[in-house]
Design a binder for this molecule. Structure first.
Ligand code: HEC
Length: 216
């Protein structure tokens, strides 16, 4: 009995020792600038996998499960186009702006949503995979959640400080119709500037806590 008890504590000792050594090595690597923090470096496969896993689980467990409250019509798509072109195109690409250098300059890079639109234009016979109503709703809810809250440790901002929920839904709907917009919305989108649009009066104010770092 006493012997096996001693073996147990020996095991604990070695596990703790190995952990301490690993932590010390990691701290030294960080302290001497060995961990690249530039946005022009690339994550290891392990880091990328961990990031994807954390992101997917977060969205899966927290995204709402609601029906899209905004009707899809010319007017709401036009609003979505303005919001997208003014706020998102700089990173994600827009009409007349298909490969965003800014989107490449953030790390991880911003997905270029116009690529799919261009593909659809050059492949008119391409039929996107049919989705069930439930799958479409889940896709829209995920989009809404990610746009509202942003993605930590990436260039993707939380848009809840700039947009109302209704506006976020308008952007979500617009993004899913980018490749097959009604002709008048498509034509208007082409003319829209990339500059940021004014913050709407109805947007929620920044939380008081946001100024915390100003105390320093
Ligand atoms: C400063 C650059 C930047 C701006 C501006 C920006 N995004 Fe992003 N966005 C990103 C980056 C970077 C990612 C990828 C993050 C990652 O890899 O997890 C991203 C990811 C996303 C995703 C998730 C895509 C996916 O495949 O899961 C959506 C949806 C999205 N953005 C929508 C928007 C919308 C809508 C706007 C405007 C209201 C916007 N973004 C503005 C940088 C930006």
């Amino acid at each position: 009995m006493a012997k096996s008890g001693g073996g147990f504590w020996k095991g604990v000792f070695w596990v703790v020792l190995v952990e301490v050594v690993v932590c010390v090595i990691a701290a030294l690597v960080i302290q001497f600038g060995g961990f690249p923090m530039g946005a022009d470096t690339h994550a290891s496969k392990l880091e990328a996998r961990l990031g994807e896993w954390t992101h997917d689980s977060w969205v899966k467990n927290h995204a709402p499960d609601v029906a899209d409250p905004v009707a899809v019509n010319d007017q709401t798509l036009m609003e979505g186009a303005k919001l997208y072109q003014g706020n998102c195109a700089a990173c994600h690409g827009g009409e007349n702006y298909t490969k965003s250098p800014l989107g490449r300059g953030v790390y991880p890079g911003a997905p270029q949503f116009m690529r799919f639109v261009e593909f659809q234009k050059t492949h008119p016979n391409f039929k996107p995979r049919k989705m069930s109503a439930a799958q479409e709703q889940a896709r829209d809810n995920h989009g809404f959640y990610v746009i509202k809250h942003g993605i930590r440790f990436t260039g993707m901002p939380a848009w809840k400080y700039n947009m109302t929920d209704t506006q976020i839904w308008e952007v979500v709907n617009f993004m899913h119709h980018m490749g097959h917009l009604p002709p008048d919305v498509a034509a208007a989108w082409k003319q829209m500037p990339l500059s940021p649009i004014a913050v709407p009066a109805a947007a929620p104010a920044m939380p008081a806590k946001a100024g915390k770092s100003g105390k320093k």
